[in-house]
Design a protein around this ligand. Structure first.
Ligand SMILES: Cc1ncc(COP(=O)(O)O)c(C=O)c1O
Length: 421
């Protein structure tokens, strides 16, 4: 369907009639099934999770299977999952981990929390995902792992990532916090590399308010991850037997119950988002100056936690992204700029990395720590963060075709008006 003319040609931003006023679908989604699941745990009086039985154990097993992985270890959130996965994979202080800077800060701070050093590679201009060739150029003798981030729910190029890892003997961790159900060449993400991590924080495609999970096919890595998340205990050991360093990262049975009932909805919601994204991909090509995230043909499932677009102000009469976002919101389409700060410019990353680098130098060890973010600036990431990236969130894609048509109509109206101004 072509983008149609709105009732009023005038932008809502300038006092015209908005394309829509109806809200998009709310998130999260729940009904009496979730209520019953929560009440069941509440009334059982067993609110803490157990290793072998209960809702958390059942969820960890079911979600791991859903992601084509042999093992799942539930933890408190996606940040903790990253810390656990990196540690269980053997990342140690002053090791380097290569990752993209276009992601949530936790991808980098999880590395730093182990005293390891994040080393940033650029992203690809069409997919916004890790540029594996650039990652390879950043590998040094100190590199221990690659952290591939499936931003927006589209798998990074796992063939290329695994190729780099094989050539240099590196571990591969997948940050799949945004990629529930996503698949690369027919295999769900998470355990394609050595381990993968998920988040169940409130905005995520599967949520219990908070929560996280590590998946892996590696038996020993799974045992280490379980131990780290259980205060250093071992599965067959005594309660007060602590064999290694760990923390209490357990979920509650209430969260486990909610995740189990939410998981039942995920396949239908996944298909709905795929359908809506396909519609937008098809229709938005008519709006000059907006380019949807390209989809690699080897991606057999895209989770669409976000719908990403590249904005080109040249086709909007020189107006910038901030103006476009205001105009779209006024037309009734909530959208945002998403990540506007590359992680190498984030103070949390700069200060923590500097701290470890100073310690390393004091110990006479070489360390990769640029003296300023400008020295480290990566051209594609700079462009996307600085003015090109636009996000629509996953709940919007749960709408009907009419809702998607409104998005296209609003974008076309804004573009037409801006370019004629
Ligand atoms: C890519 C990515 N990694 C890690 C995380 C951290 O997950 P959480 O918020 O559950 O700690 C998030 C979520 O915010 C994320 O989007």
């Amino acid at each position: 369907m072509a983008a149609k003319q709105s009732k009023s040609g005038q932008l809502a931003l300038d006092g015209g009639t908005p394309v829509r006023t109806a809200p998009f679908p709310r998130w999260p989604v729940w009904d009496e099934r979730d209520e019953a699941a929560l009440l069941g745990v509440l009334r059982s009086g067993k609110w803490g999770s157990h290793a072998q039985s209960g809702t958390v154990a059942a969820f960890a097993e079911q979600f791991a299977a859903f992601q084509d992985a042999r093992h799942g270890v539930a933890v408190t959130n996606g940040t903790a999952a990253l810390e656990v996965a990196l540690r269980a994979a053997g990342v140690e202080p002053l090791d380097e981990v290569v990752l993209p800077p276009y992601t949530f800060v936790a991808s980098a701070t999880a590395v730093l929390s182990l005293g390891a050093i994040p080393v940033f590679c650029d992203i690809l201009p069409d997919t916004f995902l890790m540029d594996a060739a650039d990652a390879e150029r950043r590998v040094t003798p100190r590199t221990r792992a690659i952290l591939a981030v499936h931003v927006a729910g589209q798998p990074a190029d796992m063939d290329a990532v695994l190729g780099v890892a094989k050539r240099h003997g590196l571990k591969v961790i997948e940050d799949a916090a945004q990629a529930h159900g996503a698949a690369w060449r027919g295999r769900k993400v998470g355990a394609i590399g050595d381990a993968g991590t998920f988040s169940f924080q409130s905005s995520k495609n599967l949520t219990a308010g908070e929560g996280g999970l590590v998946v892996t096919d590696d038996d020993a890595l799974a045992e280490r991850a379980w131990s780290i998340a259980n205060v250093g205990r071992v599965r067959q050991g005594a309660w007060y037997q602590h064999e290694g360093m760990g923390s209490n990262l357990r979920l509650t049975e209430l969260q486990g119950a909610l995740l189990l009932s939410q998981l039942e909805r995920l396949p239908e919601q996944f298909e709905r988002r795929e359908r809506s994204a396909r519609y937008l991909d098809r229709e938005l090509v008519r709006v000059r100056g907006l380019t949807p995230q390209a989809r690699d043909e080897r991606v057999t499932g895209h989770a669409h936690h976000l719908y990403l677009l590249r904005f080109d102000s040249e086709h909007f009469g020189g107006k910038d992204r901030a103006w476009f976002l205001d105009a779209m919101r006024a037309e009734g389409v909530p959208c945002s700029a998403g990540y506007t700060t590359p992680l190498y410019r984030m103070n949390a990353v700069i200060s923590e990395r500097r701290k470890w680098a100073e310690l390393a130098r004091a110990a006479g060890r070489e360390v990769n720590c640029p003296t300023s973010p400008d020295e480290e600036a990566l051209p594609v990431t700079e462009r996307v963060c600085g003015g090109e990236g636009i996000w629509l969130t996953q709940n919007i894609l749960l709408g009907e075709e009419k809702d998607m048509a409104d998005i296209v109509e609003a974008a076309a109206k804004v573009q037409r008006t801006a370019s004629n101004a």
